[in-house]
Design a binder for this molecule. Structure first.
Ligand code: ASP
Ligand code: MG
Length: 413
């Protein structure tokens, strides 16, 4: 028995029936003696629909109005779920972000949560009322609605869990946990019982869509026990924890990928101080997010410079670089927007050498050319041609024996 925050994603509240099923599930938890606070997303597809509507009104929709528009999806689901709960005899109350109040920093479309007034929620819990809170939104100090960025309801849930100091924050979704790799690509991908915050943060930032990266950051910082579990089936899901104590640390815990990547290369760049800043400055100010950056050793006073951006930013980045090319007198500008990034993540890498070599060997055995490499303490990422993405994920998964079969063989032995 304890206080739990449960967050239900778009698919879990995608229809009248599903909202009713969520209400049943919440009631079942209450019947077990838990106190539950619920955070919901908009019905699946709704936020996309709203975004399209906004863009059909204006090529560059004003950010403030876009947030008012996008935040409306969650208003529908909190009301419907509260109604469904009341039908089941559970006293429920819906809350918009500004009614809680969830204070955000005023950055439209990518706001951060600064503070949450938990008083109304505590009062509800005292009276055995179930609060149903709109995810993905907050209000800034000027009273403007802000949204947290796509997928941001996870972050709302974790922030509320942190502010109240609850026993667990459960992200209830259409998958039953965090997997060693995307099960749509790898048949024998395995659900993880446990994963560390650090690893989860890397996986989420490197393309795994299970959790909003900021929610993991938040949970790690405030030590919120976080669980990813299915909305539809019973099961333990995956618990995200500080350290996997008493457990044999696998070297690699999981594989993430990002398909929507692009790379740009400027070659024959004068190898002099200030060149990286000249090349990346205009891109950064656009603002376009730059991910991997590689600069080669120079020869004859010239060097090559390659970096990656999100595919959606590719054209714009190329335009900006065309101007830079002329101004710095670089020989050639080229790019490729059909690339993908595949990453392996694991805290066990800290204590094991040779992980990169094994990964590169596995790719070489499949004749997959590595275009770029980047590493940090607990991850290794490679860029490959997009057409090799699935094969790359599969061969790395089997190289590190991450699958179901590998584990059951071991336990038999
Ligand atoms: N409804 C928002 C989105 O689709 C927030 C969320 O689902 O977490 O991005
Ligand atoms: Mg989501």
């Amino acid at each position: 028995m304890g206080v739990i925050v449960q967050k239900y994603g778009g698919t879990s509240v995608g229809s009248v029936e599903r909202i009713q099923a969520v209400a049943e599930r919440v009631r079942a938890y209450r019947d077990q003696g838990h106190q539950v606070l619920v955070v919901v997303s908009a019905m699946s597809g709704e936020t996309n629909r709203l975004e399209t509507l906004g863009r059909s009104m204006s090529g560059r929709p004003p950010a403030r109005e876009m947030d008012v528009l996008l935040a409306s999806g969650e208003q529908v689901t909190i009301a419907l779920l509260s109604m469904a709960l009341q039908e089941l005899g559970v006293e429920a109350r819906s809350y918009l972000g500004d009614q809680v109040c969830i204070r955000t920093d005023g950055n439209f479309g990518r706001a951060r949560i600064e503070e949450i007034d938990t008083a109304p929620l505590r009062k509800d819990l005292e009276r055995d009322v179930t609060p149903v809170i709109a995810g993905f939104q907050g209000v800034d100090s000027q009273g403007n609605l802000n949204t947290l960025g796509r997928g941001g309801s996870d972050t709302t849930a974790v922030a509320i869990a942190a502010a109240l100091g609850v026993d667990e924050c459960q992200i209830c979704t259409d998958v039953d946990g965090v997997y060693t790799a995307d099960p749509r690509i790898v048949d024998d991908a395995r659900r993880l019982d446990l994963i560390t915050f650090e690893e989860m943060l890397e996986l989420a930032s490197l393309g795994s869509k299970v959790l909003h990266p900021r929610s993991v950051e938040f949970a790690g910082k405030y030590r919120v026990p976080l669980r990813v579990m299915s909305s539809f089936e019973e099961g333990p899901g995956t618990l995200i924890t500080v350290e996997k104590m008493n457990m044999e640390q696998p070297i690699v815990s999981g594989i993430a990928y990002a398909r929507d990547e692009a790379k740009i290369t400027m070659s024959g760049v004068p190898d002099i101080p200030g060149i990286a800043s000249k090349i990346l400055g205009p891109v950064g100010r656009a603002p376009i997010e730059v991910d991997m950056i590689v600069q080669n050793t120079g020869a004859d006073g010239l060097t090559d410079f390659t970096f990656t951006v999100k595919r959606g930013d590719y054209e714009r980045a190329l335009e900006l670089l065309t101007e830079v090319q002329t101004s710095i007198g670089a020989r050639e500008l080229s790019g490729d927007n059909r690339i993908a990034k595949v990453s392996v993540v694991g805290v066990g890498m800290r204590s094991h050498a040779g992980v990169a070599t094994r990964m590169f060997d596995a790719l070489a055995a499949e004749n997959i050319n590595i275009l770029m490499i980047s590493t940090s303490e607990i991850k290794i990422s490679v860029v490959v041609a997009e057409r090799y993405l699935e094969l790359a994920v599969r061969c790395i998964h089997s190289e590190f024996d991450l699958g179901e079969a590998a584990v059951s063989e071991e336990s038999v032995a």
